[in-house]
Design a protein around this ligand. Structure first.
Ligand code: AMP
Length: 484
């Protein structure tokens, strides 16, 4: 199927062609006709599936009847509101709106916090039809009466599950209360918890449920690998991987803002060009860091989950989990930055013994038993003093176990054995997901309600990342007790 067959106006088809898209993705094929027909949509899709175009293109098509080159602000009331959980995602969606609306005279803007409101106010005064916004800053504008929402015809809630995680649902409900009852609404979410369903019930009318097949949760073009390693030597291992040329560029995820800055400083000392983005960085700094990374000026971008939400970096070859996230869904969100649009990508995870519970939860969710590969000299038992002198953290320098993120426990002392006692394990064969998994799950079917258990955070993982029992062998810790 082509975009033309979806019935989009020529101005949009031209923009899509210029963006290099040859055919619609599954979510686009399903959502675009429904939105064009005026229906509400509850979309189950995560980033990387082409969901932004799946709502932006039909929205622009429907709004094109209002397109006007008039300079009068009164001719350009806010007609579409797209809400996103983070500034980065807002900027990314806004970029898409601009790309696709290149040949349609509709005005759009992006409103987010952390920057001066005045420029946003001045822009709103000129008249804007499409507003992409984060909820908090939008409400600031509502309070200051610098935005009028009385003529909104379209509401899009993007990444509703993340809105929930970030505590935005009360703000969303307030915003919905300010919109006309007569409108078209679209809600997108990677998962549908009870709370999301309740929100959907209150904001959507007879929505069409559109879900992309579960196998798309993790792109099949991504190869996953785990390097088992002690927490205290993770930074040295990362530096080694970079120095060995493992990838031209890496997006590295850490769990805490504190860990983010420290890791960036460490890599910088190793002579690696690096930037860090996290919630404490100003918007300007975050944007600059992202732009430099996109332009290839920095080799490594260290980020926390919240700061990286919605990052869209084309051709990113490699994502590194410096620590595994406590919520397995975040693994999917993180690695969604690589292997996009059919390109190949790599997801490397540095996993300490105390993270084995998190790894199992992730493997259960992605239905892949990830290859484990020891990097010689960097095992789960390696102590900093066992590293070659040049790689050791300097005395008094930030390093060793102090890198541990908040909430992590000290690894079991019994695991502090020499890595040289044991030869590296050969990599295990990767389980390639077929159509039907060993547990009977059919990947070819869209994910059904019953199969989403655990995707809403209910997965029975051990959030405390319990350290391993003293008597367990390393092979057992690595999942190598016979079960392939
Ligand atoms: P999204 O899921 O909206 O974050 O989109 C993920 C990436 O896919 C973005 O870089 C888009 O530019 C790209 N994309 C969206 N639709 C298509 C398409 N039909 N063909 C190729 N790439 C696409």
């Amino acid at each position: 199927m082509s975009f033309a067959e979806l019935g989009l106006i020529p101005e949009l088809l031209r923009a899509v062609e210029e963006a290099g898209y040859t055919e619609p993705t599954p979510i686009q094929r399903q959502a675009i006709p429904v939105v064009l027909a005026g229906g509400d949509v509850m979309g189950g899709a995560q980033t990387g599936t082409g969901k932004t175009a799946s709502f932006t293109l039909p929205l622009l098509h429907r709004l094109s009847r209002h397109a006007s080159t008039s300079t009068s602000p009164a001719r350009h009331p806010v007609r579409a509101l797209i809400l996103t959980p983070t500034r980065e995602l807002a900027m990314q969606v806004f970029e898409s709106v601009r790309t696709y609306s290149k040949y349609v005279p509709l005005r759009s803007t992006c409103i987010y916090g952390g920057v001066d409101m005045r420029a946003q106010v001045a822009e709103m005064r000129t008249g804007i039809e499409i507003v992409v916004a984060t909820p908090g800053r939008l409400l600031d504008h509502v309070e200051q009466r610098t935005i009028q929402l009385g003529q909104v015809e379209f509401l899009v809630l993007d990444e509703a599950d993340r809105m929930l995680d970030m505590g935005f649902i009360p703000d969303i409900r307030r915003i919905i209360g300010l919109l006309p009852q007569q409108r078209q609404s679209l809600l997108f979410s990677a998962t549908f918890s009870e709370e999301i369903k309740k929100l959907a019930d209150s904001m959507l009318r007879e929505p069409q449920l559109i879900e992309v097949a579960r196998r798309n949760m993790v792109s099949e073009t991504i190869s996953h690998i785990v390097h088992p390693v002690a927490t205290s030597v993770k930074r040295e291992l990362l530096a080694k991987l970079l120095n060995d040329g493992t990838a031209d560029q890496m997006l590295v995820f850490v769990s805490t803002k504190f860990g983010c800055s420290r890791l960036a400083r460490h890599l910088e000392k190793e002579g690696i060009s690096v930037d860090a983005i996290h919630g404490d960085k100003g918007q300007q700094q975050r944007t600059e860091a992202l732009e430099k990374f996109k332009a290839g000026e920095t080799r490594v971008l260290v980020a926390t989950d919240v700061a990286a939400r919605g990052l869209d970096v084309d051709d990113l070859p490699c994502v590194v989990n410096f620590e595994l996230p406590p919520n397995p869904e975040d693994y999917i969100h993180r690695i969604g930055r690589t292997g996009r649009a059919g390109k190949s990508g790599r997801a490397i995870s540095l996993v300490a013994p105390e993270e084995s519970g998190r790894l199992s939860a992730i493997e259960r969710m992605i239905k892949i038993k990830v290859i484990q590969e020891l990097v010689p000299g960097f095992g789960p038992d390696t102590r900093p003093e066992e590293l070659p002198r040049s790689r050791r953290p300097r005395a008094g320098a930030e390093g060793g176990s102090s890198e541990r993120s908040a909430g992590e426990r000290h690894p079991d002392r019994s695991s502090e054995r020499s890595a040289t006692e044991r030869p590296p394990r050969p990599p295990r064969a990767r389980h390639t997901p077929g159509t039907v998994a060993p547990d009977g799950f059919d990947f070819s079917r869209p994910y059904a309600e019953s199969s989403t258990e655990g995707e809403s955070g209910a997965t029975p993982i051990d959030p405390a990342m319990s350290p391993p029992a003293k008597s367990r062998s390393v092979a057992f810790l690595l999942g190598g007790s016979g079960k392939q």
